[in-house]
Write a protein that binds this ligand. Sequence first.
Ligand code: FDA
Length: 324
Amino acid sequence: MSIADAVRVLPQRTMRSLFISLSHRQWLARLAVRSPLTRPVVARFVAGETLEEALPALAALKLAGLRTTVDVLGESVSSPELASAAADRYVATLPALASRGLDANVSVKLTQMGLEIGRDLCRANVMRILDAARAVDGFVRFDMEDHTQTDATLAIWREAHEAYPQTGVVIQAALRRSSADVERILAAGGRVRLCKGAYDEPRSVAYVNKSTVDANYAKMMERLLKSGSYHALATHDPKLIARAIAIAEREGIGADRFEFQMLYGVRRDLQRMLAGRGYTVRIYVPYGHEWYPYFMRRLAERPANVGFMLRAIVKEEGRRVRGH
Ligand code: FDA
């Protein structure tokens, strides 16, 4: 049995846990980042290592009628200097996007801004990004990381939202607490990006059964659509997307009252089909050198991606050997 076949027969949950646990391994990150074999596969999900490299992808998405939000890759930084350098990259990215007529819309992880080192450090970095966003009338979305960061992320989002209203935060359908969080965000006049949740969470705080996560997503999605404010539905799940459209049609909620969001390189057919039907579709476009944990979460989401990656590596290695 090939590795790709073995990957296919392993239970999806085992695969997911395995890849999420590998996403934290620094030695594997160093190996993967250095290897030329991973590049072509990573390129499907990551638009480039620098903003210059990502710009053509952003321009092509715009041309295809898609909106974008840019993630400068990185998370869980280990020093205040690295956190500040990450904030600098966002501060430079926002005007660079605006000056090229691209969406000045960014997605930020707070552990990249130093949340695990200290709240004050993180807050100071976030405020600098908000200033850069304000200068170009941009939008800042706070990504949600694992459940140990939820309270702090929501608290910093609240402060950010008071300082600059064009901000939003992410809610994960996998977490048991999320319905209550949605109500608190709505009461504060906030904007939600609803996703299923990309982390391997314990049963004590999360639903582990996929159908329960999907049902919780559907319930919160309906609440958000009917809330009267503008939210983002981040999913590639055709059933949930069809359900959102059905709710919107039934309730007379115009296509300009919400948006769909999808990841760069995932279900490009669906992205274009929805945009062609007049829905706003925003693509989450990551760029940067620190792509490893992000990439591993994409593998965890879909075991078929692992087979795809292994086949690409074997093909590339065969080409390399034949070339010598
Ligand atoms: P589901 O996993 O059920 O997939 C539905 C279908 O989509 C699959 O059958 C497959 O066809 C396709 N698909 C999904 N993932 C794929 C992949 N990696 N490769 C290829 N095909 C794939 N999470 C989080 O915890 N915090 C966050 O801040 C964010 N932010 C975020 C922003 C945006 C714009 C998106 C789209 C997603 C996130 N996520 C996230 C990730 C999210 O939580 C979730 O892990 C993925 O979106 C996959 O879940 P789906 O809703 O697509 O459904």
